[in-house]
Design a protein around this ligand. Structure first.
Ligand code: NAP
Length: 239
C-alpha cells in the first residue's frame, strides 16, 4: 500500500487531509505531538488503516529518530506523499513578543519543514515519484498584524516551496503549498468570526474538508504538471 505522512494529522485541517488521503487509497502516517485522544479518534476515522507517529516536528532529533525508525521497520516502503501541515500560532504585537513566542512558532511552522522534508526527500528522488504539499497561510502572503512570527514562518514556507519545486521537478517530485484563510478548527477558537466574516466575500469561515480536497488533488498522480504553486483557499479574501 502507498504511504503518506501528514504532520499535525490528528486534528483540524490535518485530520481532514488524513481522511482524504485514506479515501484515495493511502496508508496514512498520522503525526501529532501531545493529544493522544484526538490522534486515536483520527486513526479510527481512517478505519484503523494508518499508523500514529508521535513526535515534535520542531525538534530535529525527534524527527530524525521517528522517521529513521519508521523506515527501518518498513525497508520495502517509502513515504511518497508528505503533507507538512503541523503548525501553531502565538500571536502578539512585535513590541510585546517574547523570544519563546518567536522561536516556538518558527520551529514548529518552518524549521520543521526542513527537518521532515529532508528526511523523506531522498527516497522520493530515488523512486522518481513524490508529492510534497505544504500548508502555508494567508498570513504568509499578506502578512497579518500581531503575527510577525507566524507570517515570517509561513512566508518562509512559501519561498521554500518555490525553491525546492525547481530543485526536484526533473525527478518527478512536485512541491506545492496551500494558503488557507480562516478555517474552522481549534486554531481559530477565540477569533471574532462574526466580525471577520464581514471581510470574506464568501461570508463564512471555511471547513477543513475544503482545504483537504485541494491537498488531495495536489497529492495525486493527476497533479503531475503542477509544481511550485501556492493555492489560496480563503473564500475570496483578496491577498
Ligand atoms: P489545529 O486544529 O490546532 O491542529 C494542529 C495539529 O498540529 C494537531 O494535530 C497538533 O497535534 C499538531 N501539532 C502542533 N504542534 C505540533 C508539533 N510541534 N509537532 C507535531 N504536531 C504538532 O490546527 P489547524 O487549524 O488544523 O492548522 C493546521 C495547519 O493549517 C497549520 O499549519 C496552520 O498554521 C494552518 N492554517 C490554519 C488556518 C486556520 O484558519 N485554521 C489558516 C491558515 C493556515 P496535537 O493534537 O497533539 O496538539
Amino acid at each position: 500500500m502507498k504511504t503518506a505522512l501528514v504532520t499535525g494529522g490528528s486534528r483540524g485541517i490535518g485530520r481532514a487531509i488524513c481522511e482524504e488521503l485514506h479515501k484515495r487509497g493511502y496508508h496514512v502516517l498520522i503525526n501529532y505531538v501531545s493529544n493522544d485522544a484526538a490522534a486515536a479518534e483520527c486513526l479510527q476515522a481512517v478505519g484503523g488503516e494508518g499508523e500514529l507517529l508521535k513526535f515534535d516536528v520542531g525538534n530535529a532529533d525527534a524527527v530524525k529518530s521517528a522517521l529513521e525508525g519508521w523506515q527501518k521497520a518498513h525497508p520495502e516502503e517509502y513515504i511518497e506523499v508528505l503533507v507538512n501541515n503541523a503548525g501553531i500560532r502565538k500571536d502578539n504585537l512585535l513590541i510585546w513578543q517574547e523570544p519563546e513566542e518567536w522561536h516556538q512558532v518558527i520551529d514548529t511552522n518552518l524549521n520543521s519543514w526542513y527537518y521532515v522534508t529532508r528526511a523523506v526527500l531522498q527516497p522520493m528522488l530515488l523512486h522518481k515519484y513524490g508529492r510534497i504539499v505544504n500548508v502555508a497561510s494567508l498570513s504568509g502572503i499578506k502578512g497579518l498584524p500581531g503575527q510577525t512570527n507566524y507570517s515570517a514562518a509561513k512566508g518562509g514556507l512559501i519561498a521554500a516551496t518555490k525553491a525546492l519545486a525547481q530543485e526536484v521537478a526533473r525527478k518527478k517530485v512536485t512541491v506545492n503549498a496551500v494558503a488557507p484563510g480562516f478555517i474552522k478548527t481549534d486554531m481559530v477558537e477565540g477569533l471574532d468570526e462574526a466580525a471577520l466574516k464581514k471581510d470574506i466575500p464568501a461570508a463564512r469561515f471555511g471547513e477543513p474538508e475544503e482545504v483537504a480536497a485541494m491537498v488531495g488533488f495536489l497529492a495525486s498522480p493527476e497533479a503531475s504538471y503542477v509544481t511550485g504553486e501556492i493555492i489560496s483557499i480563503n473564500g475570496g479574501l483578496y491577498t
